[in-house]
Design a protein. Structure first.
Length: 305
């Protein structure tokens, strides 16, 4: 009788402990635990960060980082299985879809800045870029001032189109600014001479040029609309517990040998589906960032030490 009572009490304590642990989970972690699924937002043409291969499967540098985060979440929640759901996002929809709970991580080429941090959070920086423009060599456009009076395209919902608008006003250039739905459409406008230039992050421009019919026909400007800007995986704002897991996972990846390996796979080797090689070795600034991971949105903090 006494033995039975003790066993019953032990079961009750164990049950209460499990219930307490379940109740301690909040936000994204709780939702993932309850549903057994995590949703990744991906881009369809942000080469080499997040894009579709020949099988219409999302692949890329940012996707690989997100899969490492998923592994860490699975381990944190002690799950045997964790379903990965994939949801397409665009420059215009990525923040709303994050805020309303549709996606849990946004795996793309999203700039981490102070303005966006009012709406969402970011994990540690995985790339540094600057905003420039691409044009045809035959156009002989050398500088931002040379865009005066011309039609220039940029992708809707990006920091780049905002920077273009600011430069246009500040310099009184009279540029006809055309918003495009995505990067592929914007580059096509330059390719078909409907726009003289396309303003975007330099690494994305390099990717689009490398994948074009005639890469030698294009030139990326030396002139930049911005300082070096950080890319980060995006997550919901004010979700402290989830961010702790995500930050720990990315820091461990970047500081370990796999961080360099994953970078090299997408930036210095042939990538699908066309076997392009972007030939963009890791910069000294990014190496420093990988050694000391940070989610800072301040461009001035990203300098090689």
């Amino acid at each position: 009788m006494k033995r039975t009572r003790i066993f019953g009490l032990a079961l009750a304590v164990a049950f209460c402990g499990c219930a307490a642990n379940a109740e301690e989970l909040t936000g994204t972690l709780r939702n993932i635990k309850e549903t057994g699924a995590i949703t990744l937002g991906y881009r369809d043409s942000s080469i080499p960060f997040s894009y579709l291969d020949d099988n219409q499967k999302p692949v890329g540098y940012a996707m690989e980082i997100c899969y490492r985060i998923v592994d860490a979440v699975k381990k944190e929640l002690k799950l045997d299985k964790l379903e990965i759901r994939l949801n397409p996002v665009t420059s215009a929809t990525r923040i709303p879809l994050m805020a309303n709970g549709t996606v849990d991580l946004e795996c793309g080429s999203t700039t981490n800045n102070a303005e966006r941090q009012k709406q969402v959070w970011f994990t540690n920086t995985h790339f540094l870029t600057a905003s420039r423009f691409v044009s045809k060599k035959s156009s002989n456009i050398k500088s931002i001032d040379d865009l005066k009076g011309k039609s220039v395209v940029s992708t809707s919902g990006t920091t780049n189109i905002k920077q273009l608008n600011e430069a246009n006003s500040a310099r009184n250039l009279g540029i006809n600014i055309i918003p495009a739905k995505d990067h592929a459409e914007a580059f096509l406008m330059v390719e078909t001479d409907r726009a003289a230039a396309f303003v975007m992050d330099d690494i994305l421009l390099a990717s689009l040029v490398a994948g074009s019919k005639d890469p030698s026909a294009y030139v990326i400007s030396t002139d930049a609309f911005s300082k070096a800007e950080p890319y980060g995986i995006m997550l919901r704002k004010d979700d402290v517990a989830f961010k702790k897991v995500v930050d720990a996972a990315t820091a461990a990846l970047y500081q370990g040998a796999d961080g360099q390996k994953i970078y090299d796979k997408w930036f210095t080797q042939k990538i699908p589906p066309k076997g392009l090689n972007l030939n963009v070795p890791m910069s000294a600034e990014l190496k420093h960032e990988f050694a000391k991971p940070s989610d800072s949105p301040d461009p001035d903090s990203y300098k090689a030490m």
